[in-house]
Ligand binder design. Structure first.
Ligand code: GLC
Ligand code: GLC
Length: 814
């Protein structure tokens, strides 16, 4: 069952009924000011940091769900009836409801009793404000007298404190209203130089800044007293809960249409110019007023919207494909690319599942996210790499997370996740392959953000490498530390106290438990590092890296292979995890996929065996589960993984992030049909028809789909902010379609389904437009290339030497 449809032409997903199984959200903003917005206008806004600079309130885990948003009410002043054109919060039986989620904007509207109202919500590029552009049309045969109310509830900046510290917060709220503009200035009198504002393009018939005055006692957002009464009464909030509401009265002739713009924004004043007049407590509005005035004009707003569309089209244009599969096309060309940008911007901070107050940017997550967006935003990728590297520790280890506002590592979580450092190598290598910008390796970068500790970035990568070499366990495999990629396999934790963090509590000395996954990752990353060293003429370095790779491969072969598949780990007692002798957790996805992805066992049959075992034991119609059999109870020595009920999250859920590892591994073996089949199983667009089962948005990946052991098998959770986006993008574009960036140039190595007649693509790579057409003439993966009509040896296309900006590539697969 579906709740909408894809409009590929307009690059939108159109939701046609408001009661989706879960709020289906979208993101506004792509630079510093952001918002999330659901299909019923729920959500919130923030400036840069969803915890520390939260502009508006949102009630996570509320009933009904998705409460708090950019709510508009329309009141028929003849009948006194009122409703919300976005369905929430009044939830009337609307006609012609639709929500169009597009790239960086959302349009929600409906018709009710002959009044049509649609609002376009978006954030102009380079501005810290959002526009709600409302169009109201009278479809009646009679004139209509209506009032429009727009409302927002302010958050007192620190979202965590706002939700907990009531003894203080109920007394500190402050606002100003001047020329019809509402300014939220809580804490501005002391250490904050920033404030929020809410303005309206039309002369208003009233405003409200006190939530209690707007809603009335014991009433909620579904029936605000002031809306019911038809008149806002210009309240000024003192403490309690400041809000912003504007009222506009309209007399509409039949078929008459009117546009009203509301602007919600954030502004920071220079400290010495905070107050006007100086010495007063009044906000200096001189700097912000011109900005507000500009965007209250429909023409400026339309132009800003057009610029936003262009911005996204430009980003998307870096890679466009046309394959026989519509789900592949729309994910690669539109939604997956878009989701990759969202994960880059927000990491794991703010979604319907991430409350914006938890983690900052993850070291491993953000490095992997690079794989999905580096081609769209290389300059920003470069900066991200340098920021991440600066939170590396002198040991080569890394802070597991850092806060984007301060760019400092989070002390409460610290480091000790032994896979972390290698993802930096993976990220840097992806950047080099895309851009050819080798100068990044010479950038001086600090450790732990300490001035004076700078070394060239290349040395950071060396320390990443060394970190593992210096931390090998009894079998010569890498010690796991607090966890490897699987945050929940906590082999040194042994937590028996409720509420303890599985990731930061460690009661064992960590000298025994080893990870075969990190071993595979090490082989992969160290090979990349060796390739980088070679290209810089550092042959001795390269030889040293490859020597350790060889030793690691031997260790994996001897102690990491179980006969039919790769082991997962050794626990703190030296016992095997992910081995045939285990009653539960007998086989795992991570080590099997990553070892093959890293090229281990390709020549001796182990890779074939490992993937066959994955197919046999872990693959389901909804995707590939993390492990089998699921852990049925809690195991002290395994940690959080066994704390989840069977089939959820890391305990045998379909963790979508790791599925594309299997896809890539299958392509390494040349299995195009199998690779694409796995890719399709979790492709959200391909799952649109089962939206009632899948429940999350059909246009973006979710972190998890419940596994076969779960009663809700096939149900997705935690959509949007997941490494799934980057890895799937990377798997389909670079490994199935085989349009692969390498250090030298563009490699064309498709491993596509045998039934496909071919595909075409347009890829902008290092400033050159490559027009690629692949045609299948036989069943295999052998490719013969002609570049601008001339056949070439091999399948690597070097950048044109004569400055050509357009190159055509024709490939015949046989
Ligand atoms: C979450 C984390 C990621 C981790 C994964 C598996 O997605 O953000 O860092 O690798 O879970 O535990
Ligand atoms: C929990 C989640 C896991 C996540 C970790 C770190 O363990 O299950 O997915 O990676 O928290 O936040």
């Amino acid at each position: 069952m579906k709740f909408g449809y894809f409009d590929d032409q307009d690059r939108e997903y159109v939701i046609t009924r408001p009661d989706t199984p879960l709020p289906w959200i979208n993101y506004l903003g792509c630079q510093e000011y952001f918002g999330i917005i659901s299909n019923t206008a729920g959500g919130y806004s923030f400036y840069r940091d969803a915890r520390l600079r939260r502009l508006t309130r949102y009630r996570y885990n509320n009933v009904p769900m998705d409460c708090g948003g950019r709510y508009i009410y329309i009141r028929d002043n003849h009948s006194g009836r009122f409703w919300s054109p976005s369905w929430q919060p009044t939830r009337h039986d609307l006609g012609d409801y639709s929500c169009r989620h597009g790239l960086g904007y959302t349009v929600i509207g409906s018709a009710y009793e002959g009044i049509e109202a649609r609002t376009r919500y978006f954030i102009p590029l380079d501005e810290n404000l959002e526009i709600w552009q409302l169009t109201v049309v009278n479809r009646r045969t009679e004139p209509a007298r209506i009032s429009v109310f727009a409302s927002i509830e302010f958050c007192l900046w620190d979202a965590q404190d706002d939700a907990t510290n009531f003894q203080r917060n109920l007394s500190i709220g402050q606002v100003e209203v001047e020329d019809g503009i509402i300014y939220h200035k809580t804490e501005y009198r002391e250490r904050r130089n920033h404030f929020a504002y809410f303005a309206c393009s039309e002369p208003t018939a009233g405003f409200e800044t006190s939530r209690d005055a707007f809603l009335g006692p014991y009433r909620g957002w579904e029936a605000p007293a002031a809306v019911a009464a038809g008149q806002l009464c210009n309240s000024i909030a003192h403490g309690w809960s400041p809000m912003g509401a504007h009222q506009v009265n309209l007399d509409l002739a039949p078929r008459e249409s009117r546009q009203i713009l509301f602007v919600l924004g954030y502004h920071e004043n220079p400290v010495e110019q905070k107050f006007d007049p100086p010495g007063s407590q009044t906000i200096n509005k001189k700097l912000v007023k011109p900005v507000i005035a500009r965007y209250l004009d429909a023409k400026t707003a339309d132009a800003a919207f057009a610029r936003l569309r262009e911005h996204w089209d430009k980003l998307r244009s870096t890679c466009q494909v046309e394959t026989p599969d519509i789900h592949t096309n729309r994910m690669v060309n539109i939604w997956n690319a878009y989701q990759c940008m969202a994960t880059f911007n927000l990491s794991r901070s703010a979604s319907f599942y991430e409350s914006g107050i938890g983690r900052g940017l993850g070291f491993r997550d953000s490095n992997q996210d690079l794989l999905g967006f580096v081609h769209m935003a290389p300059c920003r990728a470069r900066q991200r790499i340098l920021d991440l590297a600066a939170t590396q520790l002198p040991s080569g280890g890394a802070y597991h997370q850092y806060q984007p506002l301060t760019k400092r590592g989070n002390n409460d979580i610290g480091g000790g996740f032994n896979d972390d450092p290698h993802w930096l190598i993976v990220g840097v290598s992806a950047y080099l392959k895309e851009t050819g910008d080798w100068s990044v390796l010479d950038e001086p970068v600090r450790y732990d953000n300490r001035p004076g500790s700078e070394t060239p970035l290349y040395e950071h990568l060396q320390r990443s490498f060394r970190y593992t070499v210096e931390r090998l366990g009894p079998h010569g495999l890498p010690l796991i530390g607090r966890a490897d990629w699987n945050d929940c396999l906590n082999l040194n934790c042994f937590s028996d106290t409720p509420g303890q963090s599985f990731q930061t509590t460690t009661s064992k000395d960590g000298k025994v438990a080893e990870s075969v996954f990190i071993a595979g990752l090490f082989v992969f990353a160290a090979r990349e590092l060796a390739a980088i060293a070679c290209r810089r003429g550092l042959n001795a370095d390269a030889a040293r890296y490859l020597n350790e790779v060889q030793k690691m491969e031997q260790a994996i072969c001897q102690h990491g292979w179980d006969g039919e598949w790769f082991l997962r780990a050794y626990d703190n007692a030296g016992a095997k995890i992910g081995a045939k002798e285990c009653k539960e957790g007998r086989i795992f996805i991570e080590s099997n996929s990553f070892c093959v992805l890293a090229g281990i066992g390709l020549d001796d049959g182990r890779a074939e065996k490992a993937l066959a075992a994955v197919g046999k034991h872990l693959a389901t119609p909804h995707g590939i589960v993390v492990q089998q059999p699921a852990y049925s109870g809690y195991y002290l020595h395994l940690g959080e993984i066994s704390s989840y009920p069977p089939g959820y999250k890391e305990n045998a859920g379909i963790f979508c992030h790791v599925n594309p590892w299997v896809v890539i591994a299958e392509t390494r073996l040349g299995h195009g049909d199998q690779a694409f089949d796995y890719y399709r199983r979790i492709n959200p667009s391909a799952r649109e028809e089962i939206s009632d089962v899948h429940r999350c948005e059909p246009y973006v990946y979710a972190q998890m789909i419940a596994g076969k052991d779960a009663p809700t098998f096939g149900e997705a959770k935690n959509s949007w902010l997941t490494g799934t986006a980057a890895w799937n993008y990377y798997a389909i574009v670079q490994w199935i379609l085989g349009l692969r960036a390498t250090f030298e140039g563009l490699l064309i190595a498709p491993v596509i389904p045998s039934q496909w007649p071919g595909f075409t693509a347009r890829r902008i790579y290092r400033g050159v437009v490559y027009k690629i057409a692949i045609e299948r003439k036989g069943n295999g993966n052998r490719v013969a290339l002609a570049v601008d009509g001339a056949p070439i040896e091999g399948n690597l296309v070097l950048p044109p030497r004569d400055g050509r900006r357009e190159v055509s590539i024709r490939g015949i697969l046989s």
